[in-house]
Design a protein around this ligand. Structure first.
Ligand SMILES: [Zn+2]
Ligand SMILES: [Zn+2]
Length: 281
């Protein structure tokens, strides 16, 4: 039973990934239309074009530039019984659960590192320059950040010996929760309080997109909320409230300077100084 499920997941991996991505994207987008948390401040068309183009470029970059993905590394590790989890006797489900948990901790630490180290922050600030916060913000990442992130994940798979199934489930889960917790969606307070004990909710991750430095240096979790609470980086609410808080970074306030080509070169130039001028400047 378990092995047939494993085979199904391995055989239909691309189909599972794309169908989860599209379903969650559409579901959260509809939720945003029916019950938005706040009105958007900038052009949705321009932001959606940039953010969705980035996820397309990111996927293409990883597929074309890397000969192998985290799943491929996990398959090799399993074949030769390398890595911690491949060398301890555990029920199949527990190995998968520990693999997912381990990868999530690594991604939390990587996110904190992308904020702490200036060269990495240059890449990650593309995610933070969004002047609004909605489902597409969850896929707004510079392609080099995605490449580095894949490298970190592969190293974690090698050391921890995470199974290929756990890697696929983790990546699908992370993709889904990332779009959910960037949703500009209304969620009743009572439900949010219970839900944020299990998963990072939009109310929790929204704090991370605040223009206030102390606030965007908190709530680094993308998937499980426990690491922030354990490491002391948890902030329950933004100081100005969810309606009053400002999104983005203080040095990037002009939406005409945050178009797709500019986002791609943004890591390589000092704050706001670009090699070409916009016609409105
Ligand atoms: Zn961040
Ligand atoms: Zn975010």
């Amino acid at each position: 039973m378990v092995s047939s499920l494993n085979n199904f997941i391995l055989d239909y991996e691309p189909f599972i990934r794309i169908s989860f991505f599209l379903s969650i994207l559409v579901l959260v987008a509809i939720w945003e239309l029916l019950a938005p948390r706040r009105p958007l401040a900038t052009s949705k068309r321009i932001r959606w074009y940039s953010n969705l183009s980035l996820v397309f470029i990111d996927t293409l970059t990883v597929r074309l530039l890397l000969p192998v993905q985290a799943v491929g590394v996990a398959l090799s590790m399993g074949k030769y019984d390398w890595g911690i989890l491949n060398n301890v006797m555990l029920p199949n489900w527990m190995g998968i659960a520990l693999g997912i948990l381990g990868l999530d901790l690594v991604i939390y630490l990587q996110h904190a590192m992308f904020h702490a180290i200036p060269a990495f922050w240059r890449l990650h600030r593309v995610h933070h320059t969004d002047l609004d916060f909605d489902v597409t913000t969850g896929v707004r990442f510079h392609p080099i950040e995605i490449l580095l992130s894949m490298g970190v994940k592969m190293a974690a798979v090698v050391v921890l010996g995470v199974s290929a199934i756990a890697v696929i489930l983790f990546e699908v889960l992370l993709n889904a929760t990332s779009m959910f917790n960037h949703g500009n969606i209304r969620l009743p307070g009572r439900i949010d309080r219970v839900l944020r004990l299990l998963v990072v909710t939009p109310e929790m991750h929204r704090v991370h997109h605040s223009v206030v430095i102390k606030e965007h240096n908190s709530n680094f979790g993308f998937n499980f909320p426990w690491w922030d609470r354990l490491m002391g980086t948890y902030q329950a609410q933004p100081a100005r409230g969810h309606e009053g808080m400002i999104f983005g970074l203080s040095q990037f306030r002009n939406p005409t300077r945050l178009t797709l080509p500019r986002l791609l070169i943004l890591p390589f130039f000092e704050t706001g100084k670009y090699p070409f001028k916009h016609r409105s400047e």
